[in-house]
Design a binder for this molecule. Structure first.
Ligand code: GDP
Ligand code: MG
Length: 314
């Protein structure tokens, strides 16, 4: 039996192998992804983001216990570009393996970024496709919400949970950080800490003041204590209320179509970059050209225009 056949028979070891194959962009990975893509599209995608230490991993684990109770199969991928070596994600994995056995309904993977930040969004999305094709009901991406890459990853999710803590500041800061635009649900974790009520009330008020009508999804603010599994049911309910809401108003489909568009463009971009720029680099002496620019004989815009004109002629 081939790895793909084992994969299709629900063998998690085959899933792990296929994920590594995709992650390492081994020969033929695009064709493989094409096959998997045809089988994907059924899993609900949940994003969990927030600052480091907010309790995202703990919260995801708490949610997983709820998913298990609901008899749902879940694939989780933790992306943490801030710890490229043996950082939090890997340690978290070990803890999780303890908590959720390999033969159960939960599957984990952490993205070792290996400095490939440019391809991180694509790699993460591709792994989600593999998990989706494998037959998980839900996929969860956990990411530290900072840069553009993380935003792109989270943007591809159907529902985004932004995790904050009482120390995160106030609603004004959340607004400045653009979190109101990203969040579909706010989890104020570590609600066991003093003053957690303040940020909850503050966020709720700020959200109430934002322009809205009866067609607007009102972002719920759910206080949680992930380490004690407190209020996880409510968080779970809000996630699925949001899914139901966007399915009813059509935004679920609109968003997914938009993601397909973005995916095609991203594939094209990466192919242009790989196939055109790499070929160009073989022919063109960039060192020589930059020297000319440096000496004021030409400028980068003229150089790029000339190279582009050459490319169009071919
Ligand atoms: N007091 C308290 N600590 C928590 C809670 N949830 C998580 N933590 C702790 O916060 C730390 C960071 O949690 P982790 O899940 O790794 O955060 P992440 O970096 O956002 O994934 C850990 O020491 C957790 O045990 C909570 O609800 N209350
Ligand atoms: Mg974490």
């Amino acid at each position: 039996m081939t790895v793909l056949e084992n994969f299709l028979n629900g063998d998690k070891r085959a899933l792990s192998k296929i994920i590594s194959y995709i992650e390492n962009r081994e020969d033929g990975y695009r064709e493989l992804l094409g096959k998997l893509y045809a089988k994907s599209g059924n899993a609900i995608r949940i994003g969990v983001t927030g600052p480091p230490g907010a309790g995202k991993s703990t919260l995801v684990n708490a949610l997983l216990h709820k998913f298990l109770k609901e008899n749902k199969k879940v694939g989780v991928i933790a992306v943490d570009p801030s710890s490229p070596f043996t950082g939090g994600a890997l340690l978290g994995d070990r803890v999780r393996m303890h908590e959720f056995p390999l033969d159960g309904n939960i599957f984990f993977r952490s993205m070792a970024t290996r400095g490939a930040s440019g391809g991180l969004t694509a790699a993460t999305n591709n792994i989600l496709v593999a998990m989706d094709a494998f037959g998980f009901d839900v996929t969860i991406v956990e990411t530290v919400g900072v840069g553009q890459v993380e935003l792109d990853i989270i943007d591809a999710c159907d529902t985004v949970v932004v995790t904050l803590v009482p120390e995160s500041g106030d609603a004004v800061q959340a607004m400045k950080a653009g979190l109101m635009e990203i969040a579909d649900v706010f989890a104020v974790n570590k609600a066991d800490r003093p003053n957690s009520d303040r940020i909850v009330t503050d966020l709720r008020m700020a959200l109430e003041f934002k322009a809205h009508d009866e067609h607007t999804w009102m972002i719920p603010v759910v206080p949680t204590v992930a380490i004690e599994q407190k209020n996880i049911d409510e968080l779970y309910d809000k996630i699925f209320e949001h899914i139901a809401f966007i399915k009813a108003n059509g935004n679920f489909e609109i968003h997914r179509r938009l993601q397909i568009e973005k995916k095609i463009i991203a594939i094209l971009k990466s192919r242009f970059e790989k196939e055109y720029l790499e070929k160009l680099a073989e022919k063109v002496d960039f060192h020589d050209i930059s020297e000319k620019v440096f000496l004021g004989k030409t400028n980068p815009y003229i150089v790029a225009s000339e190279l582009f004109a050459d490319f169009k002629k071919q």
